[in-house]
Design a protein around this ligand. Structure first.
Ligand code: MV4
Length: 446
């Protein structure tokens, strides 16, 4: 086992990782920017190193500063958390070179899944269902139009370097193709320095259901059931739950097997997520693979009683997994509490938390780094807490969420709490009747 892990992250996920390390008897090193000097991850870690000023590009993304911090503290592993350097193949490679274990996939694995057209081809070869479309990248508009006419509109073109919806356009007819192509390529070039595009049949109203997997260094891969992440706004997830209200035993078996096939095909080591789009007729297709621990991992932990960070660290250290897969035994929901004003188009609302009361009690988990008097810096992600409830049934998990939301007091800033209160009373949400489009025409009640 590792002796000392450096956590190359901040906020709630840095705390989450430090907590598991403590339970495992592994020493921890926090890194922080000057804006995070007063953060809990700095206080809870055994050691802390300042790596630069507030902007991420000069601190949490600054590879030489992080490697230097690991070397001076003698850390033998680095946990990247999510975001920042977690899916940066250069960082994974530099860790390797410095003989520091990167708790995540190899650089080759990150690149193979990071290029979406390559990832799709890999999954297609492994017989994981993929969305009908172009074989690899499109050469030009003429080729795109020819194929789109054969497949039938609408189609979607996607940046191979994309993610988070950037460099993606839905096309309804041939006369829209050129303009969509030009703007998507331009956007993709600017954001990723790569303008390769591929095309798919556009699925009109699917759900986003992802399957958590874990693989060890000996070729064993297991699935840890699904999460429904369809409740999102502009590609920002707001509510996740497991099991998916749409799931059946038969569908879980099929999607679980597909996810394991995906993991085994690439010899996956570590925790990862296979994202699927699922149609109303229960057909499902591989969308992307995430090669990191995800924000929403706690709901999986709660329904199968399993510490994903602990298992992630164990497989990185070379331990074997049992290879057994899991089905949810309980129901869990996560509401993301962001420092944003849901009444003003979710506008960011940084500032000082003047008053804080966190909910508690049976079946309530709050993953957060904030405290009363904490100043939310404007430099980073707006998520300040994850409120998770777990119960025997979905109905009870919703009742607990309503109760927990009513106890949660955060003053001094605006938060997404009112949004979640409204959702927990929303008839369609309550009946599980939602897709990825659900928030497109959602309005806050005054
Ligand atoms: C799609 C799609 C419909 N049809 N692909 C969005 C981000 C990127 N990961 C892929 N995305 C989509 N791909 C086909 N062929 C709809 C989306 C999509 C979406 C997917 C999951 C969750 C939220 C979404 C919001 C808008 C569009």
């Amino acid at each position: 086992m590792f002796k000392k892990i450096l956590i190359a992250n901040r906020g709630e996920i840095a705390l989450r990782i430090i907590r598991t390390c403590k339970e495992m008897g592994v020493k921890t090193v926090a890194v922080y920017s000057t804006a995070d000097k007063e953060s809990l991850h700095v206080r809870f870690a055994d050691e802390a190193v300042c790596i630069g000023p507030a902007p991420s590009s000069e601190s949490y993304l600054k590879i030489p500063a992080i490697i230097a911090a690991a070397e001076i503290t003698n850390a033998d592993a680095i946990h990247p958390g999510y975001g920042f350097l977690s899916e940066n193949s250069k960082f994974s490679k530099i860790c390797q070179k410095h003989n520091i274990k990167f708790i995540g996939p190899s650089p080759e694995m990150i690149d193979g899944m990071g290029d979406k057209a390559t990832a799709k081809a890999t999954m297609d070869k492994a017989k994981v269902p993929t969305i009908p479309g172009s074989k690899g990248l499109l050469k030009d508009v003429a080729q795109g139009i020819k194929l789109a006419e054969k497949m039938g509109y609408p189609v979607i073109i996607k940046a191979t370097a994309g993610g988070g919806g950037k460099g993606m356009r839905v096309i309804n007819a041939s006369d829209e193709f050129q303009a969509a192509w030009d703007s998507a390529r331009q956007e993709s070039k600017a954001a990723f320095g790569n303008d390769g595009m591929y095309m798919e049949k556009y699925l009109e109203d699917p759900r986003h259901i992802e399957v958590q997997i874990i693989g060890d260094q000996y070729g064993n891969v297991a699935h840890l059931s699904e999460r429904d992440c369809s409740i999102q706004r502009r590609h920002q997830k707001l509510i996740e739950e497991t099991p998916s209200p749409f799931m059946t035993d038969a569908l879980r078996k099929k999607m679980g097997e597909a996810a394991i096939k995906a993991g085994k095909a690439i010899n996956y080591e570590g925790v990862g997520t296979i994202e699927f789009l699922v149609n109303a007729d229960k057909s499902f297709y591989f969308m992307e693979m995430n090669t990191r621990i995800q924000v929403e991992h706690p709901i999986t932990e709660e329904v199968i009683n399993y510490d994903l960070i602990r298992e992630q660290i164990k497989v990185a250290a070379g331990e074997k997994i049992s290879g057994k897969s899991y089905t949810p035994q309980l129901c869990a929901i996560e509401c993301r509490i962001n420092a944003e004003d849901p009444y003003k188009n979710f506008m960011p609302s940084p500032g000082v938390i003047t008053s804080l009361h966190k909910p508690g009690g049976h079946g309530v988990r709050v993953d957060t780094h904030v405290y009363q008097g904490y100043m939310i810096p404007p430099n980073y992600d707006s998520m300040i807490a994850k409120l998770i409830t777990v119960a025997q049934t979905r109905e009870e998990a919703i009742a607990k969420m309503k109760r927990a939301l009513s106890e949660f007091v955060i003053e001094g800033i605006k938060t997404t709490i009112p949004f979640h209160k409204q959702m927990m009373r929303d008839e369609n949400y309550i009946s599980g009747n939602y897709t990825i489009k659900y928030l497109d025409d959602f309005e806050m009640k005054k």
